[in-house]
Design a protein around this ligand. Structure first.
Ligand code: SF4
Length: 295
């Protein structure tokens, strides 16, 4: 039986990311001088975090990083080794201020506004610098162990709830360039994240972030490099409406998987794949553009 896909075309239309044949010059244009100065000033301590993570484990490296930042009055956002599902170094930003108001989950079913994540998100600073320093530590700890860091479990790339936080975005581009220059045997990808910001607005920066080593999935878009929330029963029906592979999150399918040993999200775009997360309750089904489509 044919199922009609009754959804706004923008959610399933391939995203037209700008093409930069000379991406390196665009990356140079995006350099955040203040972030670069921080990285170079604290280079010795940052490389120690990396080496400690390799030789004495992630917790030791994180303890040293926290102590060093406290002694040097460097502000940090909450961060840690993730939950059972992620199990990798992960950061948090404030929800609301950093999110686009168009996000269908904001103030309704956003998981970052619940329980422990909500507590962490509320403790995050407003400014970009602590978010950048925290991601730097997480990236170093992750890369030292051959994994990737999860950039902002909560929040997004906005500031003041209405405009792109270009200082923060450029700091993450600068971080990627710095890691390439300072780490030996680094494969060039330090983390991954998701954004609800319209690709029309953030597209050129997604290209730059990815070239610098942070993979960015577009939430609520059935496209290569997208991530959607739907009911599993609808996945076979959705497959008939797209050439993009729909891959269910492995950590949701089996306790044997977490982002630590999966890594599909950071490869989704290259695999022409969109990651599917399960709509867990009726409220989420109500708010997700991809849930409740075929009832
Ligand atoms: S698909 Fe893999 S990498 Fe993505 S969220 Fe699930 S476990 Fe993590």
């Amino acid at each position: 039986m044919e199922h009609t896909l009754n959804i706004d075309k923008k959610y399933i239309t391939p995203i037209d990311f700008p093409d930069y044949p000379a991406i390196e010059s665009f990356l140079d244009e995006c350099t955040n001088d203040e972030a670069l100065q921080f990285l170079d000033t604290h280079r010795k301590a940052l490389l120690k975090i990396y080496r400690l993570a390799q030789s004495h484990g992630e917790n030791n490296a994180i303890s040293f990083a926290r102590k060093y930042c406290k002694e040097n009055n460097i502000k940090l956002n909450p961060f840690g080794n993730g939950n059972r599902k992620t199990a990798v170094p992960s950061t948090y930003r404030k929800v609301g201020e950093t999110c686009p108001s168009s996000c269908p989950y904001l103030g309704t079913v956003c998981l970052a506004q619940k329980f422990l994540v909500d507590m962490q998100a509320k403790r995050a600073h407003d400014e970009w610098m602590p978010a950048f320093v925290t991601m730097t530590i997480c990236a170093l700890v992750a890369v030292a162990n051959g994994i990737k860091a999860r950039e902002k479990v909560s929040g997004d790339f906005y500031k003041n709830g209405s405009e792109l936080d270009l200082d923060y975005i450029s700091s993450l581009i600068t971080l990627g360039q710095w890691l390439k220059k300072n780490l030996k045997n680094y494969d060039g990808v330090y983390g991954w994240t998701y954004t609800h910001i319209d690709p029309e607005e953030i597209g050129e920066y997604i290209v730059a972030l990815e070239a610098a080593g942070l993979k960015v999935l577009t939430s609520d878009r059935l496209v290569a490099g997208g991530a959607i929330i739907t009911e599993y029963k609808d996945v076979p029906k959705l497959r008939k409406h797209t050439d993009v592979k729909l891959i269910k999150c492995l950590a949701e399918l089996s306790d044997n998987y977490s982002c630590r040993n999966c890594d599909l999200c950071s490869q989704a775009k290259d695999m022409n794949a969109c990651i599917v997360f399960k709509a867990k309750d009726k409220k989420t089904i109500k708010h997700s553009p991809f849930a409740g489509l075929f009832n």
